[in-house]
Design a protein around this ligand. Structure first.
Ligand SMILES: [Mg+2]
Length: 132
C-alpha cells in the first residue's frame, strides 16, 4: 500500500507542486486548505506523514501542530513544517510546537521527495527499535 501524506497548505500553487512531486515519487496525497480541515483530515485519515504550512487561515500551523502532537491518536505521525519562516527564532518555535523537522519554501524540487522519504524511514527505524 502506498504511504499517505497529508499536506496542509492554503497556497494552491504550492500544494499543487507538492502533490505533483509526492505522487511522482509514489505517495498518495491528501490536501487540507486550512488549519481546521488539516486537523480533521489528520484525525480521520491517520496519514503516514503530515506536511504543515505555518501561515494558515483558521488555526495556524503552530497551533494545529501542537494539537496533533498532544493527541495520542496522532502524536506518532511524523510532522514536518512547510515553511518560508526559516529565521532561527522561527525554527525554534516550530520545534517547540512539536514538529519533527521542516521543509523550506520555496520547495527544492530536486531534494523534496527524498527528504520526505528520509523522514518516513527515520520514523520507521525509531518505531522498530522501540518495539523490540
Ligand atoms: Mg500559507
Amino acid at each position: 500500500m502506498k504511504n499517505r501524506v497529508l499536506v496542509v497548505e492554503d497556497d494552491e500553487d504550492n500544494s499543487g507542486l507538492v502533490r505533483f512531486l509526492l505522487e511522482r515519487a509514489g505517495y498518495a496525497v491528501l490536501v487540507g486548505r486550512d488549519g481546521h480541515k488539516g486537523l480533521e483530515l489528520a484525525r480521520q485519515e491517520l496519514p503516514d506523514l503530515i506536511l504543515m504550512d505555518l501561515s494558515l487561515p483558521g488555526i495556524d500551523g503552530w497551533t494545529a501542530g501542537r494539537e496533533l502532537k498532544e493527541d495520542p491518536k496522532t502524536s506518532h505521525i511524523p510532522l514536518l513544517a512547510l515553511t518560508a519562516h526559516t529565521l532561527p527564532g522561527d525554527r525554534k518555535r516550530t520545534l517547540e510546537s512539536g514538529f519533527d523537522g521542516y521543509i523550506s519554501k520555496p520547495i527544492n524540487v530536486e531534494s523534496f521527495a527524498r527528504d520526505i522519504t528520509k523522514s518516513l524511514e527515520n520514523k520507521k527505524k525509531t518505531t522498530d527499535q522501540s518495539s523490540e
